[in-house]
Design a protein around this ligand. Sequence first.
Ligand code: GLU
Length: 485
Amino acid sequence: MSNKVTTRFAPSPTGFMHIGNLRTALYSYLLAKSQGGNFILRIEDTDQERLVEGAVDVILDTLKATGISYDEGPLVGGEHGPYIQSERLPIYREYAEKLIDGGHAYYCFCSKERLDSLKDENGIGGYDGHCREMNYTSEDAARHKAEGGHVVIRQKMPEEGKTSYVDMVYGEVEIDHSELRDQVLIKDDGYPTYNFCHIIDDYLMGVTHVVRGNEYLTSTPKYCLLYDAFNWERPTYVHLPLLMGKDEEGKVSKLSKRHGAVSFQDLVNDGFLPEAIVNYIALLGWCPKDTNQEFFTMDELKENFSIDGLSKSPAVFDYEKLKWFNSEYIKKLPDDIYEAKALPILDEICEAHINTKKLAALLHTRISYFNEIREMSAFVTSRLPMSLELYTNKKNKTNPENCKEVLEDCLPLLEAVDEWDNDTLFAVLKDYAASKEKKAGAVMWAVRIAVGRQSVTPGGATELMEVFGKNESIERIKLAIQELS
Ligand code: GLU
């Protein structure tokens, strides 16, 4: 086998891509690519009870959208296929039988009832080794099965000693063999367990580095025993700390739905950009050496990634930080691409007289994710209830009284405007301010509050009037005068 660095991402098709899984895929990909290596996608679908329709597409679509491209895997193929475990069943059986022949595994005929009786009241309990010394042959197994019996293949764990390995992130992990139970390798339905088939695949696919979540950290000695039983070289293990979320009280726990959107699809549906998500999660548990750089393209990540930048302390997923990253990415979007995402939302929520193109332009530098456009446009889609105190502004020396006067003066001037655009409107208000020896800022303040009906608006008085169009702007000013009277 070549000694090219080879990594893999081996998701179970559960129907959605948890951000933690995506981070695993990213790190695994980056580890391979930073070394000029090979990256494999393998679908782990041997748990037939947990299959979800369309789930494989979710995985393929997510990898495509994030730019995590695989050299071998479903669709693209490769020399180590098939890459979907349910299509590899004969391979697992062949290797399980090799283990039996070598004395490292055995057929177990214990009935479900017997196995259940070994469990305590919490449903917990390991196998007692009843069939370990029975030496059933494959013919015995076929006969027992044909008679309706229960047949599995179990790993024969050593009874004494210890096994350890050195994880690249966590250091040495050791287990005492006395703690191990003879785990199932091939189930009664003929499917292998994860514990078994991922070993066979990692070996046959030439995987040199296993990158995955730390939930497998302590079971890995069992996997090492399988490598040893086959006399295969063990891969390098890189277990990643959990992704955590913080709740409203500041309590930290495993990132889950109660912390907010946790799947890649949900974030994208909210209007987060795949590049921003990738950039943010790359930094959740990994830190580049010798640079404070925060923005990374995928190519830059490939260049900079290294295992020694990984941290073993759990990373906390911070939505505010993600929003900040995303807003920076949105700002950099070319107008046409930005509009293609923003306009459909605005066209859906705004009445026809609203200049959505102009509104979109005003929001471009202000939103942190596209769905935020909905909240930020509430002042456009309805006339918000407001307090007259908004007319008071110290710097411009405005108050409800002098604003009312300004609005009354400006109303006929605005009604006379034909070219309803920002420049014309700006000139009209500026000329008015000059003619009355008023500060332009004071006039703009009065009109902006009257039209926008909230203290902070994404644009000035005349920009907002251009967004609203003539009718709605005039109506809002009339309403304001009424409220101020
Ligand atoms: N199918 C396993 C999971 O999704 C993969 C674990 C591994 O990478 O070995 O958790």
